[in-house]
Every structure is written in structure tokens, then in C-alpha cells.
Ligand binder design. Structure first.
Ligand code: SF4
Ligand code: SF4
Length: 369
């Protein structure tokens, strides 16, 4: 098997995967933790986490033929944003992993190629690749295989690569010699915890997704809790702050990328065709047009810049989605100190909105004064 093992890992490297490693499949032993986690409601709107729970805890319950998990990083560039004054220029910020083509498509193709290479190396053996849409505890298998360790922010990281990488897994129907796990190098560091603007990273290597900006801007479907809206700051899709703070990412250097700081007023005004054209092939499609516009409204409200009022007033009066109109009302309320009469007039003109949730947001925004 040694020769085949080398061929398998080399095939992954040739396809752009980094630190390919192997773990024996078996129960994760995380049953009590995960059941408690779900019972606490931490999945929020991520209903997919409620499905195939047994398979997450032991992949063999769904893939009885599997004997081994091959796991690896698939790195992405993490450029800094352009040097913009986001409040003055009314620009938001998107997480760096979302730049370019949707990683699910790109990684999925490469994992399929890797799986075929494994089947070629091990004739008669089945191999199937998974990206993060599958019921696989990715970080658990990456840690077991020694791809990296699970940091206090609950992402996988390694000394040589840091954490700017997706994870991919291939289940293989043959026993392959496993790699040892790597040591946890977080030590006494607490930078990610100290940096997180919402307090989402809890002691004990735990994350409260419902407080995480990534969850709130991408997965959360409805109204963003009012108390969390200011904490979004400039983030309109995802958040990189805990990764930027991590010392193991200090060597990640790329030139600044304009696409990280999109025009908020443009996002707020996109119609379905415009959204499809601009974002359908990117990871931002997961949030969709309405949620992205909802987020843009919140960030515009966080700018304290009266130049945002006109676009927010248009959204409040004309946007087809009540979710967006409601958040535009909140944002106008937040801008009343900056915009005075114009923000208030826009709110007063919307007191008769046909949607009760929007009317409640308008009343709350006016009632704050
Ligand atoms: S992604 Fe942002 S909000 Fe979420 S844990 Fe990291 S720093 Fe906190
Ligand atoms: S910032 Fe520090 S504590 Fe957080 S993941 Fe990185 S090394 Fe670990």
C-alpha cells in the first residue's frame, strides 16, 4: 500500500490540494457535544445541520463501504481590502474566500478528479469526494488526519499554511496507513477571541454561530437581530477578522483587491437580473439578492454618512422585499443624527407600508427620537 499511498497523496498535490493526509474512519465520539449543540439551537437557520446527524457522527452509517478519510486544504488567496474609507465611500466588505468563482464548483471538480486518481491507484476500490455541502465533520477529520489543528476560532489551521483554505475530503473504500494528528499550537494566544466584534468565540474552542457575522450575513434568513446590527460594521458578506488576527496567517500576502469592498448602494439596488449577472457564479449566491441587500442596508446604516440616505429611502419606498425595506428603515433611523430631516421624512412617508414587519421597523426607527 505504501506505493499507492504516495501516489494518492501526490495526485492531490498535483490538483492544488495542500497537506493531504489520511485518517482511519470510525465514530467521531462527538455525539454528546453535537446533540447538546443542536439542542441549544446553535444551528440557527442552518437546518441542513439537523439532517444526517448519525452520518456526521460516524460516516460509515451512510457510507458503509468507506474505510479511510483523505483530507486536505485547498488554499485561497486572502488579499487585504483596498485602502478605502468605507464610511465616506459607502463601501462594504466581503470575506476573501468569496472572491472569484464559487469554490464549491472548482473544488468539486478537483475532488472528483482526485477520487478518480485514487480509484486508478487502487483498482476495484470506491472513492468519493466531498466539499462542505456534505454531512461530514470536516474539521474533525482534518484534525484527525493531521492536516492541521482546530483553532480557538474553530477553523482548521497549520503552521505552514495558516487558515486561509477550504477543506476537502475523500472517502475511500480501502484501509490506508493513517497520518498522526498535529499538536495544537494556539497555546496562550487569544487574538481571535479578543478581535471578534460580536463575542462569538467562546472559551473552550467553541463558536456561537448565531453571534457570528458570517452566519448573520450569509446563513441567517430573516431579520438580523437589532442588537447585532451595529456590530456588523462594514461586513456585507462574511467576516475575516478572526483569521486576520491569527499569527499563523501573518505570512499571507497578496496585493489589495478592489472586489473586497463593493459599492453598497449598488448592492442595495440590484434587481434579480443584475444579481444573477454579477454574483450567480460566486459564493455570494448563497446569500442571494435579498439577503445581500438586507446586509447592505445595515452597513449603510453603520456608516453615519448622510450620503447613504437617498439610496436607503429609495429602498424603503420601492424595494420588492419587505426584509430589505425593514432594514432600510432601521438604517435610516440610525442615520437620523447624521441626516436629520431627510431621514425622518423618508421614514414618515413609509408608515403605511403594506407589510406589518416593515411598519414595526419604521415605528421603531421613528420612536427612537
Ligand atoms: S468570523 Fe468574525 S464574527 Fe465570526 S467569529 Fe470570526 S471574528 Fe467573530
Ligand atoms: S488567533 Fe491565536 S488562539 Fe486564535 S486560532 Fe490563531 S493561534 Fe489560535
Amino acid at each position: 500500500m505504501t506505493r499507492e499511498r504516495v501516489a494518492i497523496l501526490r495526485a492531490g498535490l498535483a490538483l492544488g490540494f495542500v497537506r493531504p493526509r489520511v485518517a482511519c474512519i470510525g465514530p467521531t465520539g462527538r455525539d454528546a457535544f453535537y446533540e447538546r449543540w443542536l439542542a441549544d439551537g446553535r444551528a440557527g437557520d442552518m437546518r441542513f445541520l439537523l439532517h444526517h446527524v448519525k452520518a456526521r457522527l460516524d460516516p460509515r452509517t451512510r457510507y458503509p463501504w468507506a474505510r479511510t478519510v483523505v483530507s486536505a486544504f485547498y488554499p485561497y488567496a486572502a488579499p487585504p481590502p483596498p485602502r478605502t474609507a468605507w464610511r465616506q465611500e459607502l463601501r462594504g466588505r466581503i470575506a476573501s474566500y468569496a472572491l472569484g468563482r464559487d469554490y464549491h464548483a472548482e473544488m468539486g471538480e478537483r475532488l472528483a478528479q482526485w477520487a478518480r486518481a485514487i480509484e486508478d491507484a487502487l483498482p476495484g476500490v470506491r472513492a468519493t469526494g466531498f466539499v462542505d455541502t456534505a454531512a461530514i465533520f470536516e474539521h474533525e477529520w482534518a484534525a484527525r488526519a493531521g492536516v492541521g489543528w482546530t483553532g480557538k476560532h474553530t477553523l482548521t489551521l497549520s503552521e505552514d499554511l495558516g487558515s486561509y483554505a477550504f477543506l476537502g475530503e475523500i472517502l475511500v473504500g480501502a484501509e490506508i496507513e493513517p497520518d498522526p494528528p498535529v499538536a495544537d499550537r494556539c497555546g496562550s494566544c487569544t487574538r481571535c477571541i479578543d478581535t471578534c466584534p460580536t463575542g462569538a468565540i467562546e472559551p473552550g474552542y467553541r463558536l456561537e454561530p448565531r453571534r457570528c457575522i458570517s452566519y448573520l450575513t450569509i446563513e441567517h434568513k430573516g431579520s438580523i437581530p437589532v442588537e447585532m446590527r451595529p456590530a456588523l460594521g462594514e461586513w456585507v458578506f462574511g467576516c475575516d477578522l478572526c483569521q486576520v488576527a491569527c499569527p499563523w496567517n501573518r505570512d499571507a500576502t497578496s496585493p489589495p483587491d478592489e472586489r473586497l469592498a463593493p459599492d453598497l448602494r449598488r448592492i442595495l439596488s440590484l434587481d434579480e437580473a443584475g444579481f444573477e449577472q454579477r454574483y450567480a457564479a460566486t459564493a455570494l449566491a448563497r446569500a442571494g439578492r435579498v439577503r445581500l441587500a438586507r446586509n447592505a442596508a445595515v452597513v449603510l446604516g453603520n456608516t453615519a454618512n448622510p450620503a447613504a440616505i437617498s439610496a436607503l429611502a429609495t429602498a424603503l419606498h420601492q424595494h420588492d422585499a419587505p426584509l430589505v425595506r425593514g432594514h432600510a428603515a432601521w438604517a435610516l433611523g440610525a442615520l437620523q443624527d447624521a441626516g436629520g430631516a431627510a431621514a425622518r421624512a423618508a421614514l414618515e412617508a413609509a408608515v403605511g407600508d403594506p407589510d406589518p414587519a416593515v411598519r414595526a421597523e419604521v415605528r421603531a426607527a421613528l420612536g427612537d427620537r
